[in-house]
Ligand binder design. Structure first.
Ligand code: NAG
Length: 488
């Protein structure tokens, strides 16, 4: 279950004071909570590509080289997407007879060759892009929703989102899809992989009528409550069917809360610095809960440094499959952590576009580059660190620290506020170890072909497959590719 822009601090179990997530909190109490779990990138598309390939975005192509250290993703005008050369988790699970379904947001490219059913999934209900809009279908087409190979309508036309009230029924549709899929696989006695990638907590945030106005936290909280209720129903379904003990469930988020949309449409990163788009903890540390009654003991808290990329390797391991050996895989197998409560030593690398910005080893985090966003953007009110300016840390120029990385101790200082003195023994000791790990990492790094460099309005969702049946085909403009500009 992959949440969209949900922050570490959005769940009761992580300390959200409104305590509005009883089902997620119970899931945590019945399973294992991770305190130190990370995404592979502070933005949606690269993070999702990493989850499904077990590889850093710089390896799987989900980055740009148009400018240094820029976040890039897959808006409608993007030409690229997930390369055929990448092996996705569902492609491998097929070998063990799994039926694979994606519900919700794909975000790995929307052109025909990037369709999820061409990359290992058997079923899809959802959209290739974010639910932005409404658009005029002239300059920009409204985004399509698909059932399997074909579109079945467009956001705002056939799948309404009321931007004024925040009402939409999409989470209910995604819930129904999940329950139905699980039920069918149970009936057929088939192993299954459900990738439930819902997006109600991504702005424009939405909830269905029943949940609107029910949260202390405003519309964002309403969305969280509906998700919480849905997760509760999915876990209850597994239990009612008697397959809970045969089903490994993991919930996390694609990146930190989007503070740019807070407080009405953005979540909370609790004590962590900044949010989505940044390589500070608030951009990349995620809520994460593992649930598997009878296998993962209840009531555990793990400080294992985990990553969304580990879900690739761990899932393969639990399915009795090996990981690919013809390529670097960044995810590790967490099953000893989940099943035996062990911890495994491993670094965490924080990338923004084509640059390794920071690395975490143990409780130390070293920043090799710092950047929140440019002065130009900041002057326009775009702030990824609202209320959290820290001089020399949340910099508005890309500041290089490769000679003397900025070092923090995340145990004593989870908010990255107090850089450790360069002359201290702690600094000298930690940096030596970190530099040798970074050297090894960089020596083995072979960047993939960047997929997020070229944009073209001709490739937008004008005429997705199935549009003729619905009379929803639009005429694309002539092809005029350009180098996409990624402002931050
Ligand atoms: C959601 O579904 C209800 C019940 O079918 C309907 O009355 C309502 O108009 C729908 N809302 C939106 C925004 O689609």
């Amino acid at each position: 279950m992959l949440m969209d822009d949900m922050g570490w601090g959005d769940l009761g179990v992580y300390g959200q004071p409104a305590r509005e997530t009883p089902n997620l909190d119970r899931m945590a109490a019945e399973g294992m909570v991770f305190t130190d779990f990370y995404t592979a990138n502070p933005l949606c598309s690269p993070s999702r590509a990493s989850l499904l390939t077990g590889r850093l975005p710089i390896r799987n192509g989900f980055y740009t080289t148009n400018a240094h250290a820029r976040n890039a993703y897959t808006p409608q005008e993007i030409v690229g997407g997930i390369p055929d050369s990448e092996i996705l988790l569902p492609e491998l699970l097929k070998k063990a007879n799994y039926v694979n379904k994606i519900v919700g947001k794909w975000h790995l490219g929307h052109r025909a060759q990037y369709h999820p059913l061409r990359h290992g999934f058997d079923e899809w209900f959802g959209s290739p892009n974010c639910h932005f809009g409404p658009y005029d279908n002239k300059e920009t087409p409204n985004l399509p929703l698909y059932r399997n190979m074909d579109m079945i309508g467009r956001y705002y036309e056939d799948f309404p989102i009321d931007i004024k009230t925040g009402e939409a029924n999409l989470t209910q549709l995604y819930l129904k899809e999940a329950l139905n899929f699980i039920g069918r696989q149970h009936n057929d006695d088939r192993p299954f992989f459900l990738y439930w990638a819902i997006d109600a907590t991504h702005a424009p945030v939405y909830a269905s009528k029943k949940f609107l106005g029910t949260s202390q936290r405003g519309l964002y909280g309403d969305a969280v409550r509906e998700i919480d209720d849905s997760v509760g129903q999915i876990l209850a379904h597994l239990q009612n069917l008697g397959i809970a003990e045969k089903t490994f469930v993991f919930l996390t988020s694609d990146n930190g809360a989007a503070l740019i949309s807070a407080p009405n449409e953005g979540g909370s990163n609790a004590p962590f610095l900044c949010g989505k788009q940044t390589t500070f903890e608030g951009g990349m540390r995620e809520p994460a809960i593992a649930w598997w009654p009878g296998h993962i003991s209840a009531g555990q808290v793990s400080h294992q440094l985990g990553s969304v990329m580990d879900l690739f390797t761990t899932s393969l391991s639990l399915a009795g499959l090996g990981r690919p050996h013809d390529r670097e895989i960044d995810g590790i197998d967490l099953s000893p952590v989940l099943l035996q409560g062990k911890t495994i030593d491993r670094p965490v690398f924080y990338y923004r576009g084509n640059e390794m910005m920071a690395v975490r080893v143990g409780l130390h985090k070293a920043h090799f580059w710092t950047w929140s966003n440019s002065w130009e953007e900041f002057a326009q009110g775009i702030d990824f660190c609202p209320g959290q300016t820290i001089s020399g840390v949340t910099t508005h120029v890309q500041q290089e620290h490769t000679m003397l990385p900025l070092l923090f101790h995340l145990g004593r200082d989870p908010g990255e506020k107090y850089p450790i003195r360069v002359t201290s023994a702690e600094y000298q000791g930690a940096i030596q170890q970190i530099l040798s790990i970074v050297q090894q990492h960089q020596k083995r790094m072979v960047p993939g072909e960047p997929q997020l460099n070229v944009c073209d309005r001709a490739v937008m969702n004008w005429s997705p497959p199935g549009c003729e049946k619905l009379n929803k085909c639009l005429t694309p403009p002539a092809s005029k590719p350009w180098k996409c500009s990624w402002p931050h």
